[in-house]
Write a protein that binds this ligand. Sequence first.
Ligand SMILES: [Zn+2]
Length: 306
Amino acid sequence: MHSYCLPTVSERGWGIQAEVEMKNLKWMLAKPLIVGVALSVLIMFVTVLGLGGTSSSAQSSHKTQLLWYGQSAFKLTTPSGKVLLIDPWLTNPVNPNGKADLANLNRVDFILVTHGHSDHVGDAVEIANKTKAKLVTTYDLGLAMVAYNKYPKELVEFDTQGNFGGELTLLNNEVKVTFIPAVHSSSVSSDGSPAIYAGNPGGFLISVKNGPVIYHTGDTDLFGDMALIPKFRKVSLMLACIGGKFTMGPQRAAEAVKLVNPTTVIPMHYGTFNLPGTPQQFAQELKSQGVKSRLRVMKVDETLNL
Ligand SMILES: [Zn+2]
C-alpha cells in the first residue's frame, strides 16, 4: 500500500507526538548536569517531529484528494474543497459500496465525462439532478448527453464545453482542464437501440493550482502523440486504462506511460467485463520495459492525498 511517497489520509497525527516531545523538553531542562547534551538532542527531535507534524496536518487540509470508485471513476477534491467527478460510474461491478457512495455524494461542482459509453457516463445524470453539477465534455458529447441521457440542459453551459487542444479554466483559476484526444469510439445508447453519435472520445489533463497535474486517459489505445503531453506540462499522476480488449492492455499501457513520463501511474479500467489485463501484468511490463514512473495500485474507495 505504501510502495511510494503519496501519503494516505490515515498518515496524520504528528501533532500529538510533538506535544509529548515538548513536555519531555521541559522535564529535561530541570536536570542541570545533562542539560546541554539533552537539550540539543531534544531540540533536534522537537524540530523534526514538530515541524513535520505541523506541516503535515496543516497541508493535509489543503491537499488535493483523489478517490477511486473502480473502473474509470474518480472523485477529485481540490485544496479549496471543490469536487470534480470523472467518468462517474460509481455503481460499477467492482465497487460493493456503489449505492452508498452515490447516496453520500452531497457536493459536486463538475462532472467530466471522457466519452459516451455507459461505463463512463455512469451515474452522471442522477448525480447532476441531485447536486446540480455542471457537465464538462466535448461539445458533441454534451449535446448527446442532454438529448439521449437526459442530463439537465441548464447544467451544460458554453463555458464548460470544449474540444481537443482547448483548455477550460474553472473555479476562479483553481483548475484547468485540457481536452486530450483518445483512440477509441464514442456513442450513447441507453436502451439497446443503435448507437448514437456522441463526438470523438478523449481524456483530460487536469491541472490543480497548488496541486497535481493529472492525466486521465479515458478509454484509449496507445498513441504516439501522448509524447506531446509532457512538452506542455509535467504530469504528476497518470490514470491509465490497462484492461485490454476495448482499450490498451498492460504491455501497450506501459509504453504509454513511457511516453507521458508521469511521476506516478495508477491503473484503471480493469476487473470488469472479464477484461484480461491486470495490475500484476502491468507492474511486470513497467519493469521489463524499464519505465521509471512509480506504480500505485489503488483499492476501490481508497482516497489519496496528493
Ligand atoms: Zn470503458
